[in-house]
Design a binder for this molecule. Sequence first.
Ligand SMILES: [Zn+2]
Length: 373
Amino acid sequence: MHRRSFTLALGASLAATRAPRAARATDAAPNIILVRFGGGVRRAETIGTASHAPFLRDVLAPAGVLIPDLRIEQIDGSATSHAEGTLNLLTGRYRSWVDAGSGFLDDRLQPVEPTLFETLRDALGLASHEVLLINGEDRPQEEFFTLTPDDHRGFRVKAEMLSLHRFKLWAARADLAAGVEGAADRVEQLLSVDRRGETPDPSAPVAGFWQAWADRWGRDGLRNPRGDRLLTELARDAMARLQPRFLMVNYQDPDYVHWGNPAFYTRAIGVIDDGLRTLWMAAQTDPFYAGRTVFVVTPDCGRDANPLMNVPFQHHFNSPEAHRVWAVVAGAGIPAGRAIDRPADQTQIAATIAALMGTRMARGEGAALDVGA
Ligand SMILES: [Zn+2]
């Protein structure tokens, strides 16, 4: 591919971010940590009476604003899926994507409207590593969220992404540059995950991050934590080393319940809850984040509550609970102990985050929620 054009594009974007920041007002904007409580979760097992997320329900929600009835609109041709829900959160719109080659249970959707990533980069003059997406190892389909088609350069980077896949690619490319035997095959095999062949090189700060990660965990990807615990570790490390102003963590493991074991689901909710506590505590003690960071926590989609289903907890059948989730907004400047007692809409999350950062989603459909900031 377009390796050369990509490198040029990256160079151009890095050069652009060296310009002085535009406005003091945006420098005063908080940092945002958006936690996708993902893999599809129901209200009952998260904020409800059957919760397996005690930190979320009993500590974080009371510390901020709880939106207990956040709805995903029923639209023809739309589904309650992880990729769609995530893009609803990122674009503040419904169906703002093109299919980039989906397979069975494998949505590969690419946004075609501005996401929070480029909106916040443009508004605050941020470098690509200051808007970060932390992704799961086995969801290469979510590699697409940080790129946008561009008429002039093929595509451009909206944000950088940290995932085990990206780490392995960094390591294989480093081996290739050092002339290690077999490295070319590894690079090719890893790149084949993205059928468009457009996985970008990391920026210099992110390459430095991977070097430090390799020094700590080795290069084989086997000694670091796995699953959603890995996402917590990547996020905490990224906060310390890269200081993103907007960090999105795409937790995902409750989705293993597709295969029918409810214990996988409730255990995975507990792992995300532990991650939330870890990131919240890190934000309270790190001077870059303490007192100037807002957490926004919300699922990608819900799950059905039909006890008669052969395999419970599915989310592809448009049942009401698959369309009904929640959000918690807590942190700097957000009043504690409030709940919004009206139904809200998933497209309002992007608008709310943009408003907290002093800007707006120009193409968003939902209005910002009044979270009292
Ligand atoms: Zn699923």
